[in-house]
Write a protein that binds this ligand. Structure first.
Ligand SMILES: NC(=O)c1ccc[n+]([C@@H]2O[C@H](COP(=O)([O-])OP(=O)(O)OC[C@H]3O[C@@H](n4cnc5c(N)ncnc54)[C@H](OP(=O)(O)O)[C@@H]3O)[C@@H](O)[C@H]2O)c1
Length: 448
């Protein structure tokens, strides 16, 4: 069985190695088989990218974090989808469940079907979110929840990289956790203000580390979150410029980062290399600043964590989303269609380090249909039901509103058209729908 999927022929530059193909092999799933135990087969609605996906594609961590073989389907398993099959003995997931899955690896997600680890899935994401928004909550939202546990009520907080996949959640979570003041650094000053930052600093115009406002005793931060740089250099006593704006560990100051001291795009070709350039420096700084908290803030590193057994990260995040305290930000305001061009652009944007919100691709937007069946899937839907869709050829038909809450709605269409299916929402004009196999809208002409 085949499926539509992004496929990387080897590691290397996206333009040379990555394409969307129609005949990638579907993941094999044998409910009674050992290899499927603990996994579910998911029909993917939307997949969110993360910096780790770019790292894997580059081949820089091939020996420790790469896919089992080449070619491979890129994209992690940060996805939203509907469970198609579960392994024998599965107790949490059921066929038909709407799930969000967090990565347990950095491949396999950019396809119509993917294997999701049951323990990394959470059921029933907020009904008001589109599939793309749900996918965006996966590792970034859940990680931001874990990271935000370092915020205490009344803290003064600085988020460096507030406009990224993790940062857009973190700025809002810091606010929701009762921070008394939130400053965010990025070029996206308006977005930062919209998400609740009291002050937005454009790093091209102002150097936050040199700010006299923050160097004043009352302006120092309790906690700095660094999502961008290898921030440790900022806080070492030798020339570290962060010291003046962050409280010392002795006074409760924390420097919390997700970026290891060796940098964001480190090479990891053996476990020993990872231990030497990544783990040992991180451990050294954690221990060093705990034992000697007087001159600088305590250093905390947040590892990419899986979902905890009770799925508390998602429960916490979803509750805040449902209460309207946190919203999901998608780069460009919408998911990207599932074409070679768009998927390459998505990877390049993620690699640039300048995505604003989550970069999400929508494998379901172009559905391959059995011969003779004519179907249209309206990608991402929205909370508000569509009540009418107009096609470019003048044909009009009633829209079916939300549909991914399971059943595909079937209607008899005028002119011999056979079937129309609606995704959950839509945030782009119908003319932007990506058709299967590059077919144009003309394929939707009535065939009598
Ligand atoms: N440990 C974990 O659990 C975990 C989980 C997820 C992610 N991560 C890591 O966390 C880091 C952030 O991930 P992400 O997904 O949020 O990254 P991202 O989506 O690539 O976002 C980076 C953001 O930083 C901004 N930025 C770039 N240079 C900046 C600078 N000099 N100062 C301030 N802002 C700057 C960019 O916006 P501009 O265009 O304004 O520059 C962009 O919005 C990555 O290293 C990732 O690997 C860790």
């Amino acid at each position: 069985m085949t499926m539509r999927a992004a496929l990387c022929s080897s590691y290397g530059p996206v333009d040379e190695v990555l394409s969307v193909v129609e005949d990638a092999p579907r993941p094999t799933f044998d409910p009674a088989g050992k290899a499927s135990r603990g996994y579910a087969l998911v029909r993917v609605q939307a997949t969110a990218l993360a910096p780790g996906d770019v790292r894997v594609l580059s081949g820089r961590t091939a020996e420790i974090q790469g896919p089992p073989s080449l070619p491979y389907v890129p994209g992690g398993a940060d996805l939203c989808g509907v469970v198609e099959a579960v392994a024998d003995g599965e107790t949490y997931l059921k066929v038909g469940d709407n799930v969000v899955s967090q990565f347990d690896r950095n491949w396999g997600g950019l396809a119509e079907y993917a294997l999701a680890k049951s323990s990394q899935c959470a059921r029933n994401p907020p009904a008001g979110l589109s599939p793309a928004e749900v996918a965006a909550t996966a590792s970034s939202g859940a990680s931001a929840v874990v990271i935000s546990r370092h915020v205490k009520r009344g803290d003064r907080v600085l988020v460096i990289g507030g406009s990224g996949g993790v940062g857009t959640f973190l700025v809002q979570l810091a606010r929701a956790k009762g921070a008394s003041y939130v400053a965010a650094v990025s070029t996206q000053t308006e977005l930062m203000a919209e998400l609740g930052a009291d002050k937005s600093i454009d790093y091209r115009e102002e150097d936050v580390w040199a700010s006299s406002e923050f160097q004043a005793e009352a302006g120092k931060f309790d906690v700095v979150f660094d999502l961008v740089e290898k921030g440790w250099d900022r806080v070492t006593s030798k020339g570290g410029r962060a010291k003046p704006i962050v409280k010392t560990g002795w006074r409760g100051g924390r420097f919390v980062t997700t970026v290891p001291p060796c940098g964001k795009w480190f090479d990891g070709h053996s476990m020993w290399q990872v231990v030497r350039v990544f783990m040992l420096p991180v451990l050294g700084k954690i221990i060093g600043t705990s034992l000697w908290p007087w001159g600088r803030p305590r250093y905390k590193f947040v590892f990419g964590l899986g979902i905890d057994a009770k799925r508390t990260q998602f429960a916490e995040l979803f509750a805040l989303i449902e209460a309207g305290d946190v919203r999901v930000v998608l780069d460009g305001g919408r998911p990207r269609p599932f074409t070679t061009e768009e998927v390459r652009a998505a990877f390049k944007l993620q690699e640039s380090g300048h995505a604003h919100g989550k970069v999400v691709v929508q494998p379901l937007a172009g559905v391959k249909l059995p011969r003779g069946l004519l179907m249209l899937t309206l990608g991402e839907a929205f909370n508000q039901p569509l009540d009418r869709v107009e096609f470019s050829n003048g044909l009009q038909m009633p829209a079916l509103g939300r549909f991914f809450d399971q059943s595909l709605c079937e209607v008899n269409l005028p002119g011999g058209l056979q079937q129309l299916a609606f995704g959950r929402g839509f945030n782009q004009p119908i003319s932007d729908v990506v058709w299967p196999q590059g077919a144009s809208k003309n394929h939707f002409q009535p065939r009598v």
